[in-house]
Design a protein around this ligand. Sequence first.
Ligand SMILES: [Zn+2]
Ligand SMILES: [Zn+2]
Length: 269
Amino acid sequence: MSLPAALLSAIERHGCFSGCYRSDSEVLTCIDPTRPLEPVVSVACTDCLTFHPGALASLLPLGMTGNALAAALTAHVRTLRSYRWAAGGYHTKGGGFWLSAAYYGDGLFLVDASRNRSTRTDVEVLADAFRHGVLQPEDPRMVDPSLYTSELSYLNMHAPITNIRTKQDLLASPQRSATPRQSFQRVSIVEFQPLVAALASAPSTSTPAPSAPSTPAILSVPPTLRPAGTAPRSSAPPRPLTVGQLCPRCGSEVQERPLFTGTYLACRC
Ligand SMILES: [Zn+2]
Ligand SMILES: [Zn+2]
């Protein structure tokens, strides 16, 4: 039993950029005056906290919890928008902070930490998230805020912005505005300069090899997000496992697993 098409369509059209969802408390609702209340499983958008899509439990796969629905919807949007990873919501490490972020690869991020109402910039909160292990950096230097550049923008993700490889691709999209607009969301377009510079100087201009996935991103990328507290990847990581394979270290199957309010692709170690 797959997820209801109307539910998927609603989250695909929701304009918040991270596409991350967390579970809501269960609701019982009346759909027939003569029958008992029916359970509803719903989730909340971690960017705006005001969009609460859901479905009657009877329309969802048997036993599907709010956490499972949130993970499935988050993964669906992340794949649709070609993010390597996305994260959203509140995290308690490092004194606690709000952070919505999405990563396209090659040093290109979308970041919004404005909900913190602090003087820290989006880049500083992103670097903090790497430093505290909330997010796993692709490059160990990503903990240094001075290595980033950032441009404030407004995006409307009511439809996926496709074929994004560089910041210029985002700036050229009609779904991006330099000034605030109705139904556009504040976001910083952030570049990690060491990787952006490496991409710009790459010898091949037609098919830059490092990150163009030939299969859906969800299946082809190594885990860039790990649970807080686990060791970072060594400098010579083993070949990434793919979905369904068993990890030689912990024996767990590699599958989509919830993290923070986003998801990551990994085994259990
Ligand atoms: Zn939202
Ligand atoms: Zn493992």
